[in-house]
Design a binder for this molecule. Structure first.
Ligand code: ADP
Ligand code: MG
Length: 378
């Protein structure tokens, strides 16, 4: 499954979104939200939420558990819809197209905005494994224990976006970060290919040198990417490099930073040797070659990304936590991330219905329909 089947989106009514957002809110402290709580949060007239839940269930936007208590959780598709709806509503995205890639912990889709600019949306899918651990059904209903895929995916996106903002601000060659909502990041589309798709290179020595300089520059800002390899480095015909994929980045203060740095450099060296027959003489190390000269702390501090968030990311089960290294509290994150104010969000999102028809059409229709007020097309 692509994780992004837009077919239902265009049939979503105001009430559908309202109930879906209510389930999401209930999931702050329930993994499955009892129906009475959904009813209460959605505040539709009696039985309204119940009816809508059945519709959402048919569309696979929620999942149902009937024992021991009639309850629902949002599905990853449902969560995708809420995020896309928000991004479409505020004009960051107008259409969603085909999926470009599936990562271990993300889906990447091509997208577009109203001006026809090509974008990429990255949907974080952290903690799928965490969520699947075997547990008593009652555990799902126990309030307060909710280190779920939903929260982790959102945190991961928030972290990546904040770092991207800070790096972009300092002129690093990365995609332009445009917006974030929940677990979804919007960024510019990079022209070029991942290095792993490049079979022949005219000047591997020059490119290797560029990459090492980029990695050292990153380190001089106190950061180790931790996944600095041929899959996350894009290159165009003019040998321009773009670095992507930041959620696993750590501070150079991290106890294993030098190790991560060395591992990345070693992988890159091996890749250049095997693929292009180029064997670099100089293989840098973090402490010898990358004195820290700048601080991103100031740029990052305003973001609201806290040690607490990082801890939360960390706390998921080992399968996930091992992939996600730590950002020490001295290195929090960045500015204008939309406030996670539940009321504002509910207001913003109970409104209208979206439409993402394959490629670039989408939200024009949404805007038209929203201006006509709520209506149901099904
Ligand atoms: P993951 O964490 O799943 O590896 P990435 O951010 O690395 O996610 O994206 C996966 C793939 O999608 C990349 O290897 C690259 O081919 C493509 N991709 C991601 N972002 C962009 C972008 N902004 N422009 C072009 N291609 C991208
Ligand atoms: Mg990647």
């Amino acid at each position: 499954p692509s994780g992004l089947d837009a077919r239902h989106l265009r049939y979503m009514s105001r009430d559908d979104f309202r109930v879906l957002v209510s389930v999401e809110m209930g999931m702050r402290n329930h993994e499955y939200v009892p129906v009475p709580l959904v009813e209460h949060v959605a505040a539709l007239k009696r039985g309204g939420a119940y009816r809508v839940l059945r519709t959402l269930l048919q569309s696979k936007l929620v999942a149902h558990m009937s024992v021991p208590v009639d309850s629902y959780r949002i599905t990853s598709m449902g969560y995708d819809y809420l995020a896309l709806h928000a991004l479409v509503s505020r004009g960051s995205v107008s259409g969603v197209g085909h999926r470009m890639g599936v990562g271990k912990e993300s889906d990447i889709h091509i997208a577009t905005d109203d001006e026809g600019r090509q974008l990429v949306i990255k949907m974080h899918r952290l903690g799928r494994t965490c969520f699947r651990q075997v547990r008593n059904k009652r555990d799902y209903l126990r309030p307060g224990q909710h280190t779920t895929w939903l929260h982790l995916s959102r945190l991961s996106a928030l972290k990546e976006f904040a770092f991207m903002k800070a790096l972009h601000m300092h002129g690093f060659p990365i995609p332009e970060p445009i917006d974030v909502n929940r677990h979804v990041i919007v960024m510019s589309l990079v022209r070029g290919f991942p290095l792993n798709q490049v079979q022949k290179m005219a000047r591997p020595d020059v490119v290797y040198q560029k990459l090492i300089e980029l990695y050292l520059e990153l380190a001089s800002y106190g950061l180790v990417h931790c996944d600095f390899n041929e899959f996350n480095l894009l290159i165009d015909d003019d040998e321009n490099i773009t670095l992507i994929d930041f959620p696993q980045m750590v501070s150079t203060d991290h106890p294993q930073a030098a190790e991560f740095f060395a591992r990345d450099v070693e992988c890159l060296r091996t890749f250049f040797s095997r693929r292009f027959g180029f064997d670099p003489k100089h293989v840098p190390s973090l402490h010898a070659d990358a004195p820290r000269r700048h601080n991103l702390d100031a740029e990052l501090a305003a973001s609201g990304w806290t040690r607490q968030h990082e801890d939360e990311l960390e706390r998921c089960d080992d399968a996930v936590a091992n992939e996600r290294a730590f950002v020490p509290s001295g290195l929090p994150l960045l500015p204008p991330i939309p406030p996670p104010d539940p009321d504002a969000r509910a207001d913003a999102e109970q409104d209208g219905s979206a439409d993402a028809e394959g490629v670039a059409v989408a939200a024009r229709r949404l805007a038209r329909r929203a201006s006509r007020g709520p209506e149901r097309t099904v």
